[in-house]
Design a protein around this ligand. Structure first.
Ligand code: CP
Ligand code: NVA
Length: 310
């Protein structure tokens, strides 16, 4: 990948990939989906350091390594105690002496940055407060499969301007999507993320917009996307958020405003009856399980790019 920094290449943000690198990665992911098994990661070890629960991210990294001859080692929060039992910079240096790469799922982006600074092997953001770039790779792969292009497509994200939204903004703008975020006041993505996405959109011919009404975003959209109102680590805000996000749901009525062949996306886990209606997530336009499967193929392509010369 051209923009990941030498000598050590990390993937902590969608901003770490420029358009050519991102498109190349998606192409590689499609190839690996067609031919999943090989030895591209033979002898390589990936450590999974997770401070939050996970189904998709943990499983997809583990299976991706195994299908290409490598192995993954899961280290639970209780074992590592990042920042409690041991400072991130020490954990990063110890782990770097034994494995070839680390996927870190944590809370604060500062912790991720400290970890990446001290690690001498590639560090992958497996979800932080600020971004979920691995999810975005799978999402873009899914859009590519379903729509066959990015340019000119309109993606409407309905809900919280969170980690998933931030990565989608940057990644979507990089490949030329027209991304609109509909978020309640106070829950829009951070200005710094919007600034990166706007810059990327200017280069790609895409667009970036934030609105306050879900209907405005959904009108004529090719892709409707949503995520939970309350992310991991924000559980104490759940009641306040349920009020703030009322109406920021993908319902049948909202879907009817989108293009007739629109697809519905969600990174999962989903809260039916909150950000998405059961009929919609179970309906024919939903591609949520393609997205989940594509985590495997997209992250395998990422690992190959970071760890092998292939
Ligand atoms: N979408 C996603 O990252 O799922 P997990 O939290 O289960 O890994
Ligand atoms: N925004 C969600 C994504 C979960 C995969 C969270 O951070 O909990």
């Amino acid at each position: 990948m051209t923009t990941l920094q030498a000598p050590k290449r990390d993937f902590v943000s969608m901003a770490d990939l420029d358009a050519p690198a991102l498109l190349k990665l998606l192409e590689r992911a499609a190839q690996l989906k067609a031919q999943p098994r090989g030895d591209l990661l033979a002898g390589k070890t990936l450590a999974l350091v997770f401070e939050k629960p996970s189904l998709r991210t943990r499983l997809s990294f583990d299976v991706a390594m195994a299908q290409q001859g490598g192995r993954a080692l899961y280290l639970s929060p209780a074992e590592v105690g990042l920042g409690q039992r041991e400072p991130p910079r020490d954990v990063a240096r110890v782990i770097s002496r034994m494995v070839d790469a680390v996927a870190l799922r944590t809370h604060e982006d500062e912790k991720l940055a400290e970890f990446a600074r001290y690690a001498s092997v590639p560090v992958i953001n497996a979800l932080s407060e600020g971004e979920h770039p691995c999810q975005c790779l799978a999402d873009l792969l899914t859009i590519r499969e379903r729509k066959g292009r990015f340019a000119g497509l309109r993606l409407a994200y309905i809900g919280d301007g969170n980690n998933v939204a931030n990565s989608l903004l940057i990644g979507g703008a990089t490949v030329g999507l027209d991304v609109t975020i509909a978020a309640p006041e106070g829950y829009a993505p951070p200005a710094a993320v919007l600034a990166i996405a706007e810059r990327r959109a200017r280069e790609s011919g895409g667009a970036v917009r934030v609105v306050s009404r879900p209907e405005e975003a959904a009108e004529g959209a090719d892709i409707l996307y949503t995520d939970v109102w309350t992310s991991m680590g924000q559980e104490q805000e759940a009641a306040v958020r349920r009020q703030a996000f009322a109406g920021f749901s993908i319902t049948r009525r909202l879907l009817a405003r989108a293009a007739p062949d629109a697809i519905v996306m969600h990174d999962l886990p989903a809260h039916r009856g909150e950000e998405i209606e059961d009929d919609v997530i179970e309906g024919p336009q939903s591609v949520v399980f393609d997205q989940a499967e594509n985590r495997l193929h997209a992250q395998k392509a990422l690992l190959v790019a970071l760890l092998s010369r292939a």
